[in-house]
Design a protein around this ligand. Structure first.
Ligand SMILES: C[S@@+](CC[C@H](N)C(=O)[O-])C[C@H]1O[C@@H](n2cnc3c(N)ncnc32)[C@H](O)[C@@H]1O
Length: 316
């Protein structure tokens, strides 16, 4: 199967993870193995890659793409929130690097049946893992108006969240909302025409919010950020590519927290908190794609890569 996804910030990821022969790297968002293929080319023949992915179609595409490295990778079908389980099951003790390339792939976006796109009509699904219970239709038809407003406002940073939620609630009283096309029309009707001229497609922010809610994306990211450092060897690195400010803020804040040592009040003569940094922040400012990459791959436009490194003698 063809996998129409161009990996974002590929050269930068390989460089930042110092991908070297013999390394053990965890690709927490395997997708169709775009990043993983190049990582394997750099760490083979002695290295090992564990790919984590929850989407069966992506796993199928990845297996084909990296088949030639069959002795050097394993795939864990599941959520990167369960990194501890994935690494324990695989028998790993210490690793050289983690990659998270968040969000969804072009394959998922292009498949109307997955319901991720506001550009083509499809069922309101949006699950990365099609075995999980809750779909976007469940959120749209089942959440109370106040909960819908919260989701659209907090996860979509949409100023018209209240109006969109009230339009949804009124419309679903007539008939269930089951298609992306229906939802797009409701969003367009809810946002005043004058406000629709700015900020890209009017449905963009609400669709982002629903996807985050359906897949518990921010909770999964928090869990991964908390779990990864303890598996890294000193000098090992975490690289995270995020695509919107909510993700990027979480990464930045967690890296900062883990890079903070003593937190005793300024005039305390000697340290009594005993706190030591676990990470060193490598990228004070995130690495952004070049104009040439954005031109070749518009999906890269909002990407931000942040990298942190495990320090020797790290705190816990
Ligand atoms: C941007 S794509 C990765 C593309 C990949 N880096 C490449 O170059 O081909 C993100 C992938 O992460 C997966 N994903 C998102 N959240 C996940 C999670 N919590 N656990 C496991 N996989 C996840 C999605 O299903 C999607 O396939």
């Amino acid at each position: 199967m063809e996998y129409p996804h161009k990996s974002v910030l590929l050269a930068e990821v390989i460089q930042q993870l110092n991908c070297t022969r013999g390394y053990t790297i965890i690709d927490c968002t395997l997708g169709g193995a775009g990043h993983s293929e190049t990582i394997l080319e750099n760490i083979a023949p002695e290295g090992f890659l564990l790919g984590i992915e929850q989407d069966d179609a992506a796993i199928e595409a990845a297996r084909v793409r990296i088949a030639r490295f069959s002795q050097h990778f394993e795939i864990f079908k599941g959520n990167f929130a369960d990194i501890d389980e994935a690494l324990t099951k695989t028998g790993l003790v210490e690793v050289d690097g983690f990659l998270l390339d968040l969000g969804l792939s072009s394959l998922q976006l292009a498949d109307a049946e997955r319901g991720f796109s506001y550009q083509v009509d499809g069922p309101l699904d949006m699950r990365f893992n099609r075995q999980s219970a809750m779909t976007a239709a469940d959120v749209i038809n089942g959440y109370k108006e106040i909960e819908l407003t919260r989701v659209i406002k907090n996860y979509g940073e949409e100023r018209w969240a209240g109006r969109i939620a009230s339009f949804i609630v009124r419309a679903r009283a007539r008939e269930p909302i089951t298609r992306t096309g229906q939802l797009v029309e409701l969003i367009k009707a809810a946002i005043p025409a004058s406000a629709r001229r700015w900020g890209g497609h009017p449905a963009k922010r609400t669709f982002q919010a629903l996807r985050i809610e359906v897949n518990h994306e921010l909770d999964a990211l928090k869990a991964a950020l908390a779990a990864m450092p303890k598996w890294l060897r000193p000098g090992g690195r975490i690289a995270v590519i995020s695509y919107h400010s909510l993700e990027d803020r979480l990464v930045k804040t967690k890296f900062k927290e883990l890079a903070t040592g003593c937190i005793c009040p300024p005039r305390t003569p000697i340290c009594i908190c005993g706190r030591k940094p676990t990470l060193r922040i490598v990228t004070g400012r995130p690495i952004l794609p070049t104009e040439a990459e954005i031109e070749a791959n518009p999906r890269a436009r909002s990407a931000r890569l942040r990298v942190a490194e495990k320090v020797a003698d790290a705190g816990s």
